[in-house]
Design a protein around this ligand. Structure first.
Ligand code: ZN
Ligand code: ZN
Ligand code: ZN
Ligand code: ZN
Length: 1604
């Protein structure tokens, strides 16, 4: 072992492991090893403390194993004198910085500060060892009985006694604050704990001698006194005591004078503010702990133990101390002076008298009074003072206290400001002085004798919990840290019980809160605002809390409530007569002059009245406590006797000052003083209590006061005390009655209120039934809708948002352009059904038939919820039990997601000019703070909303009139669908093209653009726009050039271009108009830039890499329509499983801000095209893009429509144009609504129906192509889900399936009836087993399509779906929506395709055939249409392409990956995985919450191209956004582009708190609610970028998120 230090690190570790394993396994070897270890311990310690460079690996760390084994410790101490050795090590190291053996100990040594031994942190290891030893029962017994050990211990703790003294700095600040105190206070912290452990070795046993305890008390007391009187000042020349103790004799106090004597008190001479003083008094603490153990003792017994004569002090053990010759009590006074000094010192520091000593002293005070140390420090002081009050003459102790606090003059009635004090400091110190007396009198938690109440620590705990929680509920860790329990809470088994009993646990509700503990109100009654460690503010606050609570309970005004001290009587033992000091005349004098202070206001003119009032309140509280403690009575003693036994009440009435005033008189005069009104309730209560105690004396003094006093009080007699606001105490009969009365009154009031409410309701109903218009007048203006009739056709107008600009706060109006923000980004949240994945396909079969009903009971839905396994578990007794295990679920494969641009916005409104200013400011800020990782990236046109800090990259101007909302509106069509399809639409289209031919060159859609502008856009702007752009249309020759002229350079704002009036052609009325339009165009140009820089998908290539200035045209006209479609789809997804009100559609629960944003987006899509397309009389990019889009859409929808698809267009387009089937039918529908529908003025409702059909056909083709995949899954469904489809519906359905597959070439086979390739339908009976589930799968797809369509029709066409009431609330949502949208039912849709004879296709069937043909031409491998070389399965080729290109959007409820219930399980599962790069253990594992992939986050193995694992994975999975769970940090990481942020994981401990970084080590459980709310919802609502931006905005972040 000795060679340990010479070995290399690995060997040391290995050796130690070997020792540990041996020690644990072989007991007999352990013994030998233990003995050897102990023998070498001193040497090892020397090596460890002085030589070792890697102390963590030292062999000495074995001691933990050694010294926790009782038998080894016993033997070591017995045979190796180990305890002495260990203490010697500490002693010698502390004094010489050398490790020595017991014989090296020098009796004259002092702490070796200069050598640095005190600050050496390795030493704490040995304190730890010593503490472990002290825990051992054998050692405790030795400590009790062996004097040697006791003396050794005293020698050790004597070292830091009085160390690091401070002297108040006057005048200048302390220049150099040395940091010796840090080491010293760390050391004393350990030593103070040892003191308590030392004392805990002793036990008080009733009815026994307790000899060893008495001996040790005497021994410690002697050592302490010798130290206190200055006996060791020569040895400890660096400690606080510089001279021998001296006593001074005070002048007699007036109240103590009797006719026969004038007692004088002699007190220790010491001035706190000018002499050295220290915090460290380990000897005193040890004594106090011992007295604490012995508190069952009688006072006399203890007093005899503590009294020493000079001879006794000088006796053996011989010491070189110099002992002054004093009487025994004076020795004690010297001892007790130290705690008193510290209390006075603290008071002075709190009053700010020691500020010049610098911050370090403040820290020391904070530590001393702080929660973790106060039990070992400040409480000991209080305890010793309480002892002093009992052991010594209380008057003398009081006199000392007066002197120590410098209150001598005050207490004699001359309110001078003491030298060195400021007036405000004087009153602060005075208040603390009174407060100390209150604490001495009322802090009794540790004073009750042992035995009757052995749970002192429980009492203390209860008191602390009450005093901490009375302000507000706290979380578990907050509570713990305030209790100072951080490392102890696990020891206290009853802690949880107490907490349960005293508090109400509130589980976390919100997203970022944690579970909290609220004090049960009944415990508020136990609050003592005057508890020792409250600050003044806390005292007031606690009292206020008590008053409020009491006022509520008793029904009295809060200001009348008086908090009466509740002092538990101490029935026996040392502190039985604790309150006797209040009965001394000197105490009465203190009270008198403290109260009388306010009668001399001229003495302290600067002190505000409220300050004095606060002081008086404290004094009055003490008075009240003292009165309550006075148990003497008038009626049980006759008057003569009563005069002899001391009584505070009698003193109040009888003791007179020089002017003949009594405390009673002063109190009466205070009642007359209205300036201190807040004190009155307390004074009245005091009177009341006095009267209760001594009715006779009370009436005598009152009557004398009113009859023959020199100065009659202005107060009526009956106002003294009779009106006293007694605080109701539970036993108080009168209070109970009053409470009952109040209660009845309250009940009556409640009843009345209910009746009134009912009446009002009726009134309201009545009014509603009347003509509403009449009541509209006084109604609010916010009701923008005017209902014009209660019939089915109703109209109202929806207004676009307006209001104040968030930057300049001005009202927005027509004169300046304003708008709102949007973040347009690519999203990959759109999931597609993978038919070959049975798990996710299975989700379709359990998807509820109504997605607008609450789905909480089936969530987490589908695969995410299937991570619960039932497992057989072997119980400890061998029996088996089923238990549920929740493991890591399966994530959604990223290969089956589609990508699309999505837009979100916060809805805040701003002027565009303000916005530009704001952007410029952002730019400047970025320029200034180069090192910072900014929340926005300017190159992507990003910014954060100035108000809510949401991320945005687009400014959307709001320029439209209101939108009319109607029902049925466009859902009603003039021509029936079939007619329209077979002839109407062809006519419309061909008419359009004919007209176009007639007007050569010009853009065919110009009229439509103008129409849009004049109809939708607000009139002032619209007229300017049309007049500006129309000019060239009117006169084709010259103005064309001029218009070009006037518009040049306005795409976008050109700095060099200065729109001076001369540049504006005279035809334009006002330059401001032009500026307005300039501005509008530059806004739209900004949108185009956003689209391009963010690479939002567009059919029109972004090949214009030219600087934006040269590219004048707007462009990418299709992107906004796509964004609208995807945004609506995203909105619909996030609403799945959200309960909406019966009778209403899902629109009910979509937040208004989202709807507003969609509306603005929808209009922008149109206006962007119209305004862009009007430029240059139509010869511009947007117009030609639009023309192209319109034609494409037309051909996509009407692929082989005889009247539309002409031959020439046909073939070209087939190869160039993506088929309608391979698009998402809803997004396609949205695009049509922006382009071809307005272009040809088509009926949107008919287009809706076609797209609905498109959706159904797409799903059908996908399913038919791969029947094997789903047939398997279908079979798993046990029992057909009845009632979902009628037999007829199934028949139609099967015919539709057969029909659809026959449109393919080659015809796709059908697995269940191979022979039925030619037959027209599947026999329903045979196959209903899978037809029924398949039908419900189709319903699911149809439903999500209709839900999205409903949103679009409302957003874009103002379809205002009516409330259908409760009648149809049980019907499936599909049926309700079909009805609301005026569409044929799903079977009817099937029928429209399949129900005709084979050779005669109706128009709809032709349409379907056309789509399928088009798809086959384009995506379905044209090869399959022709003859292929043999060997290639044509059907297989067809299937593959169907699987590739026809994936429909997944209609289930979306979930993030299912997480295990316990975090431990997650850790276990994740650590089983391997690093994807190296195949080794994962470093810093992260889990993708989308797909469930696991990889290394910030580890070198997976670091590629500057990107960490998460960022790399994001490119494959979420593209722009990522959501990861970092296992080691227990955090969720958000990522968006190159920014990110950490948030607590959705795992909480049993107290409802998260544990980022896993520091607390409690078990963590998944909180599904938080998981959903924080992560799923934010994900579904596209909130990740904004969440990151808000966090980055809030703090200065250095970035580096790419390395995650
Ligand atoms: Zn503004
Ligand atoms: Zn905002
Ligand atoms: Zn992933
Ligand atoms: Zn790795």
């Amino acid at each position: 072992m000795l060679f340990d230090l010479r070995l290399w690190k690995k060997a040391r570790v290995g050796l130690r492991d070997l020792f540990i394993s041996t020690v644990v396994s072989v007991p007999q070897f352990k013994r030998i090893l233990g003995l050897r270890f102990a023998g070498l311990y001193t040497l090892l310690a020397q090596l460890y403390l002085i030589a070792d460079r890697e102390p963590d690996h030292s062999i000495i760390n074995l001691s933990i194993q050694m010294f926790t084994t009782a038998s080894i410790v016993e033997e070591n101490v017995e045979r190796a004198n180990f305890l002495t050795s260990l203490m010697a090590i500490l002693y010698t190291f502390l004094t010489q910085r050398q490790v020595g053996h017991p014989w090296d100990v020098s009796a004259q040594a002092t702490l070796a500060f200069d050598a640095g031994s005190v600050a050496n942190r390795r030493m704490y290891f040995f304190f730890g060892d010593l503490r472990r030893l002290f825990d051992n029962a054998y050692i405790q017994e030795k400590l009790c009985n062996v004097e040697r050990y006791q003396l050794q211990f005293l020698d050790l703790i004597r070292l830091p006694q009085g160390t690091c003294p401070n002297v108040r700095a006057i005048g200048d600040h302390v220049e150099y604050e040395n940091d010796v105190w840090i080491g010293a206070s760390l050391m004393t912290k350990d030593i103070n704990k040892l003191c308590r452990q030392f004392a805990a070795s002793f036990q008080w046993v009733d009815e026994e001698e307790n000899l060893s305890l008495k001996q040790v008390i005497r021994r410690v007391a002697k050592a302490t006194i010798i130290n206190s009187v200055g006996g060791e000042r020569l040895r400890f020349d660096q400690a606080e005591i510089k001279r021998e103790v001296r006593f001074i004799t005070k002048d007699p106090f007036l109240f103590e004078n009797t006719p026969f004597s004038e007692p004088r008190h002699s007190v220790v001479e010491f001035v706190v503010e000018s002499e050295p003083i220290s915090f460290h008094h380990a000897l005193h603490y040890t004594l106090s702990w011992l007295i604490d153990v012995a508190k069952n003792m009688s006072v006399d017994e203890l007093r005899s133990l503590l009294r020493f004569s000079v001879q006794e002090l000088k006796e053996s053990p011989p010491c070189k101390a110099i002992i002054p010759d004093l009487d025994p009590e004076s020795y004690l006074m010297a001892l007790f002076d130290f705690p008193l000094r510290v209390c006075a010192w603290l008071a002075q520091m709190k009053a700010g008298m020691w500020v010049r000593n610098g911050l370090s002293l403040r820290h020391q005070m904070g530590t001393y009074r702080g929660v973790s140390n106060r039990d070992f420090g400040h409480h000991r002081d209080v305890f010793l003072l309480q002892t002093a009050m009992n052991v010594c003459d209380p008057s003398r102790v009081l006199a000392s206290a007066i002197d120590r606090f410098g209150m001598d003059d005050w207490m004699r009635g001359s309110y001078n400001i003491r030298a060195g004090y400021e007036p405000s400091q004087q009153i602060d110190v005075a208040e603390d002085f009174i407060h100390l007396l209150i604490v001495i009198l009322s802090d009794r938690t540790s004073l009750h004798p042992v035995g009757r109440d052995s749970k002192a620590h429980e009492l203390a705990l209860r008191r602390d919990i009450t005093h901490i929680l009375c302000f507000k509920p706290l979380s578990f860790s907050d509570l713990n840290s305030r209790l100072g329990l951080i490392d102890k809470s696990t020891d206290l088994e009853d802690f949880q019980d107490i907490l349960d009993e005293m508090t109400n646990y509130k589980a976390p509700e919100g997203l970022s809160d944690s579970g909290s503990f609220e004090l049960k109100p009944e415990f508020l009654g136990d609050v003592d605002p005057f508890t020792a460690h409250y600050s003044k503010n806390q005292r007031d606050e606690a009292e206020q809390a008590y008053r409020t609570w009491m006022a509520k309970r008793s029904g009295k005004p809060a200001e009348d409530i008086v908090l009466e001290p509740k002092l538990r009587p101490i029935e026996s033992g040392l502190f039985k007569d604790l309150s006797s000091f209040t009965k001394t005349p000197l105490f009465a004098q203190i009270i008198f002059y403290s109260l009388a202070h306010h009668l001399n206001p001229h003495l302290s003119p600067d002190t505000p009245a409220t300050r004095i009032e606060a002081f008086l309140q404290v004094v009055l509280h003490l008075v009240l406590a003292a009165v309550l403690e006075d148990q003497t009575r008038d009626d049980d003693v006759d008057t003569d006797m009563a005069d002899q036994s001391p009584s505070f009440v009698l003193n109040v009435i009888q003791k007179r000052s020089e002017l003949g005033n009594t405390i009673f008189n002063v109190l009466v005069r205070m009642l007359e003083n209205s300036e201190i009104k807040a004190c009155h309730p307390r004074i009245r209560l005091i009177f009341h209590r006095i009267q209760q105690r001594r009715p006779r004396s009370y009436s005598t003094v009152v009557s004398s006061l009113f009859s023959q006093g020199t100065r009659l009080p202005a107060l009526a007699l009956d106002r003294l005390g009779f009106e006293s606001p007694r605080t109701p105490i539970d036993g108080d009969q009168e209070a109970k009655e009053r409470q009952a009365r109040e209660h009845r009154k309250q009940q009556a009031l409640d009843r009345q209120a209910r009746v009134m409410a009912q009446f009002q309701q009726q009134q309201q109903n009545f009014m509603n039934n009347q003509d509403i218009a009449e009541w509209e007048e006084d109604g609010s203006d916010e009701v923008a809708s005017v209902i014009t009739g209660a019939t089915e056709e109703h109209k109202k107008t929806w207004k676009y948002p307006s209001g104040n600009c968030i930057l300049c706060q001005e009202e927005t109006n027509d004169t300046r352009l304003f708008g709102t923000f949007a973040l347009m980004s690519n999203s990959r949240m759109f999931r597609q059904t993978d038919i070959q994945d049975p798990d996710f396909f299975g989700e379709l079969l359990i998807t509820p038939s109504s997605l607008d009903r609450a789905a909480d009971d089936i969530r987490p839905f589908g695969v995410a919820g299937q991570n619960r396994k039932r497992v057989d578990r072997q119980k400890s007794d061998g029996s088996k039990a089923l238990s549920e295990q929740q493991v890591l679920g399966k994530g959604f494969p990223p290969s089956h997601t589609s990508r699309g641009p999505v837009s979100v916005g916060c809805g805040h409104i701003m002027h565009y000019s303000c916005f530009e200013l704001y952007c410029a400011a952002t730019q400047r800020r970025q320029h200034h703070q180069i090192a910072r990782n900014h929340p926005e990236r300017l190159d992507l046109k990003e910014f954060v909303c100035p108000l809510c800090k949401a991320l945005g990259n687009t400014f959307l101007p709001i320029i439209w009139r209101g939108k009319e909302e109607t029902y049925p509106g466009i859902l009603h069509t003039d021509i029936a669908f079939d007619d329209w399809l077979s002839s109407g639409v062809g006519l419309t289209v061909s008419r359009f093209f004919k007209r176009e031919e007639g007007r050569s060159g010009a853009n065919p859609h110009q009229e439509q653009f103008i129409g849009h502008i004049s109809k939708a856009i607000i009139p002032p702007l619209a007229s300017k726009l049309t007049s500006l752009f129309q000019t060239p249309l009117m006169s084709p020759t010259s103005p064309q050039g001029s218009s070009r002229n006037s518009l040049q350079g306005r795409f976008p704002m050109d700095d060099s271009f200065n729109p001076t009036p001369t540049m504006i052609s005279p035809s334009h009325p006002l330059s401001t108009d032009v500026l307005l339009i300039d501005e509008l165009i530059s806004i739209y140009a900004r949108i185009r830039e956003t689209i391009r820089t963010n690479k939002l998908s567009s059919r029109f290539s972004n090949n214009t890499e030219l600087p934006s200035r040269q590219v004048e045209d707007l462009g990418n006209t299709d992107t906004l329509a796509k964004t609208l479609g995807n945004s609506i789809a995203a909105t619909e997804i996030s609403q799945r499983g959200v309960q909406s009100q019966p009778g209403l559609t899902l629109l009910d629960k979509i937040p208004a801000s989202v709807m507003t944003h969609l509306r603005i987006l929808s209009e922008t899509a149109s206006s962007y095209i119209a305004i862009g397309g009007m430029r240059n009389s139509g010869s511009n990019a947007p117009a030609s893009e639009f023309k192209d889009t319109v034609q494409n859409q037309l051909l996509q929808i009407f692929a082989i429509h005889p009247q539309i698809a002409t031959d020439e267009a046909d073939h070209k387009i087939r190869l160039r144009l993506p088929s309608a089937l391979s698009q998402d039918p809803f997004v396609f529908f949205t695009e049509c609504s922006v382009a071809c529908v307005p272009a040809f003025n088509l009926d949107i409702h008919h287009i809706l129906r076609l797209c609905y059909l498109l959706q159904i056909v797409k799903v059908a083709l996908y399913m038919i192509a791969l029947p094997d995949a789903f047939a398997f899954e279908m079979r798993r469904v046990t029992g057909p889900s009845e009632g979902k489809a009628s037999r007829e519906a199934l028949q139609v359905f099967s015919r539709f399936l057969m029909q659809s597959r026959r449109f393919c070439n080659p015809v796709l086979p059908w697995p269940t009836c191979e022979d039925a390739a030619g037959s027209a339908e599947i026999p329903v009976n045979q196959s209903s087993g899978f037809l029924i589930p398949l039908y419900s799968v189709f319903s699911a797809y149809a439903l999500t399509f209709l839900r999205k369509a409903a949103i679009l029709l409302n957003v874009r066409y103002g379809v205002d779906f009516p409330d259908t009431g409760f009648g149809d609330m049980d019907e499936p949502e599909l049926e309700r929506l079909t009805k609301a949208l005026n569409l044929p039912s799903l079977p009817a849709m099937f029928a429209s395709v399949g129900d005709t004879p084979e050779n005669e296709l109706n128009t709809q069937s032709q349409m379907v055939a056309g789509w399928i043909q088009h798809w086959q031409w384009r995506e379905g491998h044209p090869m399959t249409m022709r003859n292929l070389p043999s060997g290639i399965d044509r059907q297989e080729v067809l299937r593959q392409s169907a699987y590739r290109s026809l994936k429909p959007e997944h209609p289930a409820i979306f979930e993030l990956i299912g997480l295990p219930k316990q975090f431990d399980t997650l850790i276990y599962e994740v650590t089983r995985r391997r690093c994807p790069t190296t195949g080794n253990r994962l470093e810093d594992a992260a889990l993708c919450l989308f797909c469930g992939d696991v990889f290394c986050s910030q580890a070198s193995c997976c670091h590629k191209g500057g990107k960490g694992g998460c960022n790399q994975h994001m490119q494959k999975c979420g593209i722009d956004t990522g959501l990861f769970l970092n296992i080691r940090k227990c955090c969720v990481l958000y990522l968006h582009n190159k920014n990110g942020s950490f948030n607590p994981a959705p795992y909480l401990d049993k107290y409802g708190e998260p544990d980022a970084g896993l520091r607390r080590g409690r078990q963590l459980f998944l909180n599904q609610k938080r998981y959903d709310a924080l992560y799923r919802n934010i994900w579904l609502q596209q909130g990740i970028p904004t969440t990151i931006a808000r966090k980055l905005e809030a703090d200065i972040n250095n970035g580096g998120w790419e390395t995650m």
